[in-house]
Design a protein around this ligand. Sequence first.
Ligand code: KG4
Ligand code: ZN
Length: 335
Amino acid sequence: MIVLGIESTCDETAAALVEDGRHLLSNVISTSVKEQALYGGVVPEIASRRHCEFISATVKKALLDAGKTIDDVDAVAVTFAPGLIGAVLVGVNFAKGLAYSANKPLVPVHHLRGHIAALYITHPELKPPFLCLVASGGHSHIVEVQDYTHYHILGHTVDDAAGEAFDKVARTLGLPYPGGPSVANAAKTGDPKAYRLPVPHVEGKYNVSFSGLKTAVLNEVNQAQMKGTDINVPDLAASFQERIAGILAEKLLLAAADNGAKQVCLAGGVAANGRLRQLVNDGAQKLGAKVYLPELKYCGDNGAMIAAQGYYEFKDGNIADLTLNGLPTLSIDYR
Ligand code: KG4
Ligand code: ZN
């Protein structure tokens, strides 16, 4: 079964063809990230406008690259939640029009479920149940993936998402958007022990909190300014990365140990972080659990992950009609 996946929740307009949820046929991403970087973050209005401009050509190229036409596609899957609503609606309405005109089933996909499904493309042997940390610009969840469409949230951030914390700290340090890759890059030459950053206290065994950590970085910068001294950017970036990756890995591994998880996974944009990947790899091996990490190209937003999850949603009977609406927020465990 060939599924066309369409994604437009943030600054990537993406489309891909995936066969049977696992086998990639094409994957096309058009992004407004360079334009967004001029403003230090995503401007929702600009994102929506670029989606409108890019979406037809992006979907067309995904079909062309796969050597297929819309007639070869068995279902049109689209991210309908959560995301920047103006951006989400572009993908949803395009998918509705395409599904209607080509007489194909329309499959609504939750963005975070899609991030998790990116793992199925990288690891064709991976099957639920498994434990997954999904960390992106808007979410940080520790999720028990019970089967392909059933999820149980064990922990979440009580304030900022991990990616959001990377983006805000990058801005504080004068590093470009998106913050994750620029902090990771600056951290390469830094000393992770140079700055003592706090371990935030948070209620809930598997919950995380990053707003205090973000403020601690801001305080270091402000204090240096007041004293007329310089911040060592690579050192502060490395210290921050060490702390946030340490917290994320620790909570995931704690949940894995408590629940006897045999398979531990990472997903979402922050899953591209090298230090986080290393800590989870090392820790899970000690627990005797198998680790599955998404290929770097499937960590950020893409259409392949939506097509992969779309396959499993379709098999579960999750098919929408033309009343499908986009939603800015929706829990991953929705039914
Ligand atoms: O999943 P994603 O592409 O979009 C959302 O669904 O939000 O995640 C984007 C987030 C951004 O906050 C970005 O800074 C972060 O992922 N990110 C990283 C890295 N690459 C991207 N964070 C840490 N280290 C990275 N290497
Ligand atoms: Zn995402």
